[in-house]
Design a binder for this molecule. Structure first.
Ligand code: ATP
Length: 357
């Protein structure tokens, strides 16, 4: 994107804690525009379970068409366990959005800001620092909309892996590794599933174009072990949709839980930035959700725009988060601290306003 002064953001607060964490994120972005020469125009759209109850559609086609016109989409969270399709299946408009906008590259950065946030002993801040790249348009999720009869005796889900889908995913992962510490770990189950053996073969082909990036191949079960045993050894991990879904929650637990795990779903044209967490109905409406994951997702949005000023804005957010979280007293309830959602948001916004640009 060329350097510009105004960025238009479609804001989708969604359900549960979504509106709370989005409110704090907009505060942070407001602080950013007071520090660097750029400004934001925010337009809010209603999506999710709340929108389904209003209009019968959690992601209306007209809304989807409109949000495509923006420079990025910032999403809180969507879905509530008690709001379901008449078939009884929970609605997952966030997955529909990924598929409809072809957002194949799910980025989940995992970073330890504060030793007290991790259940692991002996890790200092910054020592756990890796990114999971999750394929987000095919894999084991591709059967998710299939219907089956009430009296079915068997239901089969397919792991769909295509050459084109894998090639674009691996290229994005190798490029990311090149911008980081140049190590890429493939997570698969190539020893058992033919689709995963194929996935690995495509990975091996692409790796030939990136001789400067060290590669490692691990089965998903072993990856779960290594993520806990030696998380410091990872730089970038790439995997299929369902495995990525599972290991990103595991990885979030290493750095403080879902409230600390940002994410971005990137395609060739559009991108959605949202926390890795869902609507957290167990804590919704209590003012205790941790907004850090969403605020860091907004920093990823600024980075994705890839202009000098936007990158400066992203650095401001990240160093403000770092500064606030380096004080062990600055913890929300999920991290064992006393801060409310608003107090955490206020502290990060204040740190953005006072941090060095
Ligand atoms: P989904 O299926 O949509 O990913 P989920 O039902 O798996 O969602 P989440 O909504 O991500 O679950 O919540 C998982 C756990 O993490 C819950 O106990 C929730 O309270 C907690 N949690 C999630 N987000 C936050 C947050 N921002 N702050 C504090 N706790 C959170």
């Amino acid at each position: 994107m060329t350097d510009r002064s105004t960025y238009r953001v479609a804001v989708l607060p969604g359900d549960g804690i979504g509106p709370d964490v989005i409110r704090e994120t907009l505060k942070a972005l407001d602080a950013v525009q007071s520090r660097v020469p750029l400004s934001f125009e925010f337009a809010e759209f209603s999506v999710g379970a709340g929108e389904y109850l209003r209009s019968g559609d959690p992601l209306p086609e007209a809304t989807l068409e409109r949000v495509k016109e923006y420079d990025a989409i910032l999403l809180g969270s969507m879905g509530l366990p008690n709001v379901r399709w008449p078939t009884g299946v929970e609605m997952t408009p966030q997955i529909d959005l990924r598929e409809k906008l072809d957002l194949y590259c799910g980025l989940r950065p995992i970073y330890l800001f504060q030793p007290q946030h991790t259940p692991l002993k002996r890790y200092v801040a910054g020592e756990i620092d890796f990114v999971i790249v999750r394929e987000s348009t095919e894999g084991l999720f591709s059967s998710r909309l299939q219907k089956y009869a009430d009296d079915a005796d068997e239901v089969v889900d397919n792991m769909r892996v295509t050459r084109a889908g894998s090639l674009r995913l691996f290229r994005a992962a190798f490029e990311l590794a090149r911008r980081r510490r140049r190590k890429l770990t493939l997570v698969d189950k190539a020893n058992v599933l033919p689709s995963m053996a194929f996935f690995r073969r495509v990975f091996d082909q692409v790796s030939g174009d990136y001789p400067d990036v060290e590669t490692e191949r691990v089965y998903v079960d072993a990856a779960s072990l290594y993520l806990v045993e030696r998380p410091h050894s990872f730089d970038v991990l790439v995997t299929e949709n369902m495995f990525g879904d599972i290991i990103s929650d595991l990885a979030a637990a290493l750095v403080g839980g879902m409230g600390m795990a940002p994410s971005a779903d990137i395609g060739d044209r559009w991108a959605v930035f949202q926390p890795s967490h869902g609507s957290a109905p167990d804590i919704a409406g209590r003012g205790i959700a941790n907004p850090v994951a969403t605020i860091l997702s907004a920093a990823m949005m600024l980075e994705w725009w890839d202009t000098e000023t936007a990158r400066r804005g992203a650095r401001l957010i990240r160093s403000a988060a770092q500064q606030v979280l380096s004080d062990p007293a600055n913890r929300t309830r999920d991290l064992g601290g006393p801060l409310s959602t608003t107090e955490m948001g206020d502290r990060i916004a204040a740190a953005i306003r006072s941090a060095e640009a």
